[in-house]
Ligand binder design. Structure first.
Ligand code: ATP
Ligand code: MG
Length: 140
């Protein structure tokens, strides 16, 4: 299996409820190593740019408002098949459909306030990591 990196974001609903450590524990138990991490308050322009692929979706405005409603924790996760491994640890977008034990099943409030973001492909992971981190900030 290939060692990969992926971008994760702990979303405002989770930082508000003080769940950063609980979520990190699930990620680490899933075999992912947190090799960079920073708590930030996204600007509207940053949130719009990050989620630009969804700009035609009906939920885009609400998603941007939600993502700027409080601090987020951006992080780079490293491990074997990190992209897929993280998506598995996260669970389905809608927490009602997320498998038990996943982050979203345990912690998400609803389909929008769903506690975590994870890159959906190795290609997007590289783009999303570069959006938030310089090479020197990532310590494997
Ligand atoms: P993420 O990209 O955040 O990891 P995802 O890949 O599971 O989540 P996407 O389809 O990429 O899901 O949607 C991005 C985000 O937009 C979701 O995580 C959620 O916060 C929000 N979202 C998606 N679908 C809806 C919806 N139907 N209503 C409200 N918000 C939604
Ligand atoms: Mg997505």
């Amino acid at each position: 299996m290939a060692t990969e990196r992926t971008l994760s974001i702990i979303k405002p609903d989770a930082t508000r409820r003080n769940l950063t450590g609980s979520i990190n524990a699930v990620l680490e138990a899933a075999g992912l190593r947190i090799v960079a991490q920073r708590r930030v308050r996204l600007t509207q322009a940053q949130a719009e740019a990050f989620y630009a692929v969804h700009k035609e979706r009906p939920f885009f405005r609400g998603l941007v408002e939600f993502m700027i409603s409080g601090p987020v924790v951006v992080q780079v996760l490293e491990g074997d098949n990190a992209v897929a491994r993280n998506r598995e640890a996260m669970g389905a977008t809608d927490p009602k459909k997320a498998a038990s034990g996943t982050i979203r099943a345990q912690f998400a409030e609803d389909i929008e306030a769903n506690s975590v973001h994870g890159s959906d492909s190795a290609e997007n992971a590289a783009i999303e990591i570069a959006f938030f981190f310089a090479q020197v900030d990532i310590v494997g």
